[in-house]
Design a protein around this ligand. Structure first.
Ligand SMILES: Cc1cc2nc3c(=O)[nH]c(=O)nc-3n(C[C@H](O)[C@H](O)[C@H](O)COP(=O)(O)O)c2cc1C
Length: 195
């Protein structure tokens, strides 16, 4: 498979960047090709503007959005790596989703939310989070995220294989971080095909 990794973190040496690298190493060890979209490094503009609205109406898709859509078209699987911020996506990823997965290109079926215009793909969220897993379970955050991202976002994307891999305790000890990096590698190594 060809695997696109979408990384959202401004610091090259961040834990999130290391997670993306480990995931890609695992995917490559399994025989997949990989491509990295490093949104901060590349200076992606996450702000939804009037040009995006005109693009929805078929006038012209903004060039930076078209570039990201071409990346998606090449990919059989897409992995998102970003730190959990306020129990949601950081602004950069949120804006990438809002602008790139546009109405008329990704979806148009408001009566059938599972009917994407895109071909079936595999999707993974690989998410460093400061909180412990039991904290997230008990407070209902994990369930809320599953509903919003796995059912909602990945549903509209048309993904058939969907995985949420939280990397809880990402601000913990170096031993804890090493375990989480191993999990990232294994997630790449065991990536399921779309079908
Ligand atoms: C603005 C901000 C909001 C955050 N919100 C959450 C949160 O809602 N839940 C959580 O578990 N961790 C939260 N964290 C912690 C980060 O997810 C965690 O520190 C992560 O490891 C940061 O990524 P990095 O280690 O690659 O820098 C937040 C951190 C920041 C800076």
């Amino acid at each position: 498979m060809h695997v696109l990794v979408v990384l959202d973190h401004p610091k090259p040496g961040s834990f999130s960047a290391a997670v993306a690298q480990q995931f890609m190493a695992g995917a490559e060890a399994a025989g997949h090709s990989t491509e990295l979209a490093d949104l901060h490094l590349e200076g992606f503009d996450p702000r939804w503007t009037i040009a995006d609205i005109d693009g929805d109406e078929g006038v012209a898709t903004p060039a930076d959005v078209a570039k990201e859509q071409a990346r998606i078209e090449r990919a059989d699987a897409i992995c998102f790596v970003f730190p959990l911020f306020w129990w949601g996506m950081p602004a950069m990823t949120k804006g990438w989703v809002e602008r790139v997965w546009s109405w008329g290109w990704a979806y148009d079926q408001l009566d059938d939310r599972e009917k994407s215009m895109q071909r079936p793909r595999t999707g993974v969220f690989l998410i460093p989070a400061g909180a412990r897993s039991d904290e997230m379970e008990n407070a209902g955050y994990r369930e809320a995220i599953e509903t919003a991202w796995i059912k909602g976002t990945f549903g509209y994307f048309g993904f058939v294989q969907r995985k949420l891999q939280l990397l809880n305790g990402s601000k913990g000890s170096s031993a804890r971080r090493k375990d989480l990096l191993d999990t990232a590698y294994q997630t790449g190594l065991t990536l399921a095909p779309p079908g």
